[in-house]
Ligand binder design. Structure first.
Ligand code: SF4
Length: 299
């Protein structure tokens, strides 16, 4: 059973209502736009009162402990509070592909994925829709939802909002995109990314600890971190792995990702206009190992 099943229903409802009330002058994410999303205003994430979903499906391309035998039940949320120039899902995150769904409909998506055998419900880019996800979870729980929830974010999350998820989300899977703010500012329009991301990951780890995997190899609780290697070491891998090993835990499960390829606006930046080399990937993994990390490293 997932953690939210142990929470009194009235507590879950209170959390959802509190989160929804913050949409009136939105500070759900660190951008704190102040948009009145209850009255139709949009903030930086281009998102309003109603959740917007691009797709929901069992996914077999996620990390092995999430996929298990029957897949991770991904729900791709439309919009994003980052603006990465190389985003591989920019049609969803920045161009708004998707459709608005009610809380009931979002709950039905979760139940559908659970009925399909998925080991978890994996919200992709959930940050700007935390209130709507909690609102839907109230209904989904009443419908019998019991699998763990995965919070799969870009790492640009507010600690105050994450605290509303304490005891609700069992698995956190944030990106640690950058080790330096200069790169975060230039490529994701987030000049304070490292301060925000490190505080968020520490809070996530405080809530759920290192990744726990059951006897069938399926994640049941804990933290997984993703780090996408960029060309020319633009992701600041050394700083990221040092933080994870020294300030979070050497037990942190880290997926060092090799799949960078230029798309969206990346060709406007000569340094981002090529895939990474095998050597760049090996260097990143070696940095992680040298820092004391080991869980999740592929080579
Ligand atoms: S969630 Fe969206 S509207 Fe709210 S503060 Fe963040 S970017 Fe702004």
């Amino acid at each position: 059973m997932a953690s939210y099943n142990d929470m009194p229903p009235e507590t879950l409802l209170e959390r959802a209502q509190l989160a929804l009330s913050r949409l009136e002058s939105c500070d759900i994410c660190p951008r704190s736009c102040g948009a009145n999303r209850l009255e139709g205003e949009f903030g930086y994430c281009r998102s309003g009162r109603i959740a917007k979903v691009s797709s929901f499906t069992p996914h077999f391309g996620e990390e092995t402990p999430l996929v298990g035998a029957h897949g991770s039940g991904t729900i791709f949320m439309t919009g994003c509070n980052l603006a990465c120039v190389f985003c591989q899902n920019y049609d969803i995150s920045q161009l708004g592909e998707g459709r608005e769904v009610s809380a009931k409909k979002l709950a039905e998506m979760m139940i559908c994925l659970q009925k399909g055998g998925c080991h978890n419900i994996n919200f992709v880019t959930p940050t700007h829709f935390v209130p709507q996800i909690l609102e839907a979870l109230v209904e989904a729980r009443n419908m019998g939802l019991s699998v763990p929830l995965v919070y799969n974010s870009g790492g640009y999350d507010s600690v105050e909002t994450l605290q509303l998820l304490d005891g609700i989300f069992d698995i956190y899977m944030p990106d640690a995109k950058y080790g330096t703010d200069s790169a975060a500012k230039k490529y994701s329009d987030a000049p304070d990314y490292t301060k925000i991301m490190t505080a968020a990951i520490l809070e996530m780890h405080r809530q759920v600890g290192p990744l726990e995997i059951d006897e069938e190899g399926v994640a049941v609780r804990g933290l997984l971190v993703r780090h996408l290697v960029l060309p020319e070491n633009l992701a600041g891998t050394a700083e990221v792995v040092r933080f994870l090993a020294e300030e979070v835990s050497p037990e942190t499960y880290l997926n060092v990702m090799a799949q960078y390829h230029p798309c969206h606006k990346a060709y406007n930046y000569p340094e981002l206009s090529r895939p990474i080399t095998l050597q760049e990937y090996a260097d990143a993994v070696n940095l992680a190992r040298a820092a004391g990390l080991g869980r999740g490293l592929g080579i």
